[in-house]
Design a protein around this ligand. Sequence first.
Ligand code: GLU
Length: 416
Amino acid sequence: MSEEANPRLMANKQLDLAAEVLGLDPNLHAFLREPIMVVEVSVAVRLDDGRIRLFKGWRSQHNRFRGPTKGGIRYHPDTNLEEVVALSMWMTWKCALVNLPFGGAKGGVCCNPPEMSRGELERLTRRYTFLLSPFIGPEKDIPAPDVYTDAQTMAWIMDTFSILSGYTVPGVVTGKPVDLGGSVGRVEATGRGCVFTIREVLKHLGIDPEKTTAAVQGYGNVGSNAACLLTDLGVKVIAATDVHGGVINRDGLDTRALKQHVGETGSVVSFPGTSPISNEELFALDVDILIPAAMGNVITSHNAGKIRAKVIGEGANGPTTPEADRILRDNGVFVIPDILANAGGVTVSYFEWVQNLYNFHWDEKRVNHELEKVMVQAFNEVHEMAKEKQVDNRTAAYLLAVDRVARAGAERGLFP
Ligand code: GLU
């Protein structure tokens, strides 16, 4: 892996930049560069053919200054310790930026879900939960969905943890099915939050959404929901890609029909009325808005210079390397950094956790309204900070987040 593509180095570089501008205490800085605890597990799973296979898994808890740790669990063949640690650090900043009373965590299991049966995924999830059970809980660390995990995965985690506890514990995970104490609006929340921030940017730039076009990389939960909500804003979404390929229609895609097509076929490829397009071509399209909504490390020094979009809304975690950030800044691209653009998911996760704690359910109108308030306020704070300190949006977001975490740490002091 090249140095530029190493997520942990990338996360530390971003922190170092903010620490310098903030004049962060060197002791706290060193503390924040490392996760407080990482658990590594070997998840033994009986496969459908009778064999037993071991899968490596991790849970990284980066920081607890502001509250219990929070963050998703991803199942992916490329996930590894370095990535999980970086993602847990980004969760700390994300939670602080939108002012949630959480620290950051992330989990990952190195496996390939499209090649596994439902039974194998269930057994993997239950065994992983069992191994993590001493370290998670509503007051300790609260997992949620991420890449290749969903409400069903959360239901299995909740059930396993509840059986081990001897009573039902809905608050141990968020992103659950609504029947089991999940929050309405949670599935769409990351995409919705991303679109709220894009709407605010367009307002600020004086651009009419009805006169804009967009391209979306990744048409999973985040990308597809963002695309549908952009369409509702009047934005013409002209292209979408995924791991299998991509589609373009310059007159605009029917984003909801495309979502249904992906649900039925597993990919955007062959969506009627479109021409094929590669990921590489998507990034260089002459669109106003670009949404990377899949994996990390997709905007690098190699392709950043080719990007023609005015606004990038980072639906994914860690899509842009620090080297690419510099190029985008020089080219005047308005980047809405991941810890802001995709914070809608964890924000509604927080609402779900709160609802679970007091056993009361909000309706969708309330969830979306509270989400909008959080996203708009965070956007305004980042934007003000960027202007005040003359820094890019990512650095501004880090200044706000790192300062909040550092203040909490200084106030709590060091034990013993
Ligand atoms: N996995 C999501 C993220 O990266 C959501 C985390 C959560 O809801 O805890 O922000």
